[in-house]
Design a protein around this ligand. Structure first.
Ligand code: G3P
Ligand code: MG
Length: 256
């Protein structure tokens, strides 16, 4: 695989960084994931009011920062005054919301990045918005070979492939948009490079279909050892975990 050259290409992915131990989607969470042996970090990207790709999961600021209201109603300058760490622990007070650019600058030469484009930032009207901006940053840091884009909004995948068909992009399974199509029909239909889904959705039937069609399936969000083993045995190509250190230990024992 592009992201790991051992263990049949299985990829250890830090979900929002090492988000069990550090505030999700902050530099401290990404740094910790890297230090714990994750091969990829997953992050969530949306746009600030002034159109800068910023890294935060929710559409609103309330849960993970000292701010309130929609992320997209705040300029980067305003977002940078907020504290995205103290909700998690006093020890992490003062951690800022990172921009996508700051994370890529850190990741370059160290670790692959799964850039999940949040659905609220995807539109038909300005489709070159977030997809184009994120891709320009990837090119700026020459990270093309170390990036996997993904989105629950399949239009984002179509937009990325229209910008450049070689951009690696995964469908994040979403029932409404999928209709009756199976994973391989979806992957083929969108010219996607991978299929990402919840561990609850990754059935034996889907695993068989993916392995026959030859596309990777990355499974989120798995934090227990029992489930990690089960998903690896089933054929997951990678796992998103808030505890990449736990996943790393299991992977090392399995592929010894
Ligand atoms: O990309 C995998 C996973 O992060 C998708 O769900 O809500 O955690 O972004 P969510
Ligand atoms: Mg995500």
């Amino acid at each position: 695989s592009l992201y790991s050259d051992n263990r049949d290409g299985f990829v250890i992915i830090g979900h929002r960084g090492a988000s069990a131990y550090h505030p999700e989607n902050t530099m401290s969470a990404f740094r910790a994931a890297y230090e714990m042996g994750a091969e990829m970090i997953e992050l969530d990207v949306t746009l600030s009011k002034d159109g800068i790709p910023v890294v935060i999961h929710d559409e609103t600021l309330d849960r993970t920062t000292t701010g309130q209201g929609s992320v997209s109603d705040h300029t980067l300058e305003e977002l940078k005054t907020l504290d995205a760490g103290s909700w998690f622990s006093a020890e992490h007070a003062g951690e800022p919301i990172p921009t996508l650019e700051e994370v890529l600058e850190f990741a370059k030469g160290k670790i692959s990045v799964n850039i999940e484009i949040k659905t609220e930032a995807v539109t038909d009207e300005a489709w070159r918005g977030i997809e184009q901006k994120a891709w320009e940053l990837v090119k700026k840091y020459e990270m093309e070979d170390y990036i996997l884009f993904s989105s629950f909004d399949y239009r984002a995948i179509a937009h990325l492939k229209k910008i450049n068909v070689d951009i690696a992009a995964a469908l994040l399974y979403e029932k409404q948009q999928s209709g009756n199509r199976t994973p391989s029909e979806l992957v083929e239909g969108y010219n996607a490079d991978a299929f990402n889904c919840s561990y609850r959705q990754f059935s034996k039937r889907w695993a068989k279909e993916a392995s026959e069609a030859g596309f990777p399936v990355f499974v989120y969000t798995v934090n227990s050892e029992r489930l990690m083993r089960k998903m690896i045995k089933r054929g997951a190509s990678g796992i998103f975990s808030d505890k990449p250190d736990v996943l790393k230990k299991i992977v090392e024992n399995l592929w010894k």
